[in-house]
Write a protein that binds this ligand. Sequence first.
Ligand SMILES: NC(=O)c1ccc[n+]([C@@H]2O[C@H](COP(=O)([O-])OP(=O)(O)OC[C@H]3O[C@@H](n4cnc5c(N)ncnc54)[C@H](O)[C@@H]3O)[C@@H](O)[C@H]2O)c1
Length: 355
Amino acid sequence: MNGRLNVAVIGAGYWGPNLARNLRASRDWNLAAICDLDIDRARKVADAVGGAPVTSDLESVLSDPMIDAVAVATPARTHHRIVLAALDAGKHVMVEKPLADSRDRGGEMVRRAQEQGLVLMADHTYCYTPAVLKMRELVAKGALGDILFVDSVRINLGLIQPDVDVFWDLAPHDLSIMDFVLPGGLAATSVSAHGSDPLGTGKSCIGYMAMPLECGAMAHVHVNWLSPTKIRRMVIGGTRRTLVWDDLNPQQRLSVYDRGVDVNTVSKATAKDRRAANVSYRLGDTWAPALEEREALGGVVTEFAAAIRERRASRTSGAAGLRVLSVLDAAAGSLAAFGAPHPVPRLVPAEEVAA
Ligand SMILES: NC(=O)c1ccc[n+]([C@@H]2O[C@H](COP(=O)([O-])OP(=O)(O)OC[C@H]3O[C@@H](n4cnc5c(N)ncnc54)[C@H](O)[C@@H]3O)[C@@H](O)[C@H]2O)c1
């Protein structure tokens, strides 16, 4: 496996062309085929990346012994079937978020990859952006202290997806970032979810999820397809500092606030006036870490090749995809119970094996 690996892109709709472009530009990969049920879409993408074989027949891709891997960018409801067929044909797989359209189906995909000894990677694209990599670094080295809260907002006028609601379409981004950045990953104990469908589309177009985390922090995610203003912001508050990521501000995507609330130990003598005695506010500097500007998908395709060559789990493994699905499944359970907290099941060991 010293030369380039051969890869086929499955699905040439909105996102597939981005995968094809980055795979074509990578020194790790040879773009061996582009496959779409709609052959004209496949042709258009092949032309845009300087030419590649095209087909509308997935079986012909999977039975080609020269193809080492597939990158799947088809709608969520098709991931389970396509990914299992690819794994059974001996191909390594990278699949778009969400890993699958249910936790059970995702679990089956993770187990099958493990049985076959193949890499199953989730394209959690944001985890490869310079901003999120820096957030992970700052949290890991304790710059924020203990995490107290996470607040994530991802709202804009978005396409109402035919197969999934707004939680399954947008929240995988926020949840996969939390899984990547937080110490202990996405360890939510329960989810309370509220959704709204003001246009009568049959699915939630506006969604709110509240999740207590095992580390004691509280997380909240707001996703929305109906907002005329676009906001992509995550705030991670800690005992020492608070970090704000504003993905739509290229001049300053990340800000670190050396400000916060100090809770002092209260002696018995001062306990009478608790409010006055035990809280003080720190007003320090705000700074902006320098960040490179580079396309995250370049890092995604490099990591996919490295995981295959090094026979290891990728940084955003199938198991990471499954942790995201566990929270989404719990959110669906909570929605069905009108917002009552729904427990997030722990992954069984077989599902935790990442490659
Ligand atoms: N990582 C990201 O930031 C990001 C961004 C957008 C979309 N996505 C994900 O990418 C996936 C695709 O989304 P999209 O918006 O590109 O969808 P899309 O509907 O625009 O494109 C999907 C394409 O897949 C093709 N297709 C469907 N079934 C197929 C099959 N069996 N064989 C071959 N081709 C098939 C369709 O013909 C279509 O061209 C979804 O899972 C979505 O969540 C990820």
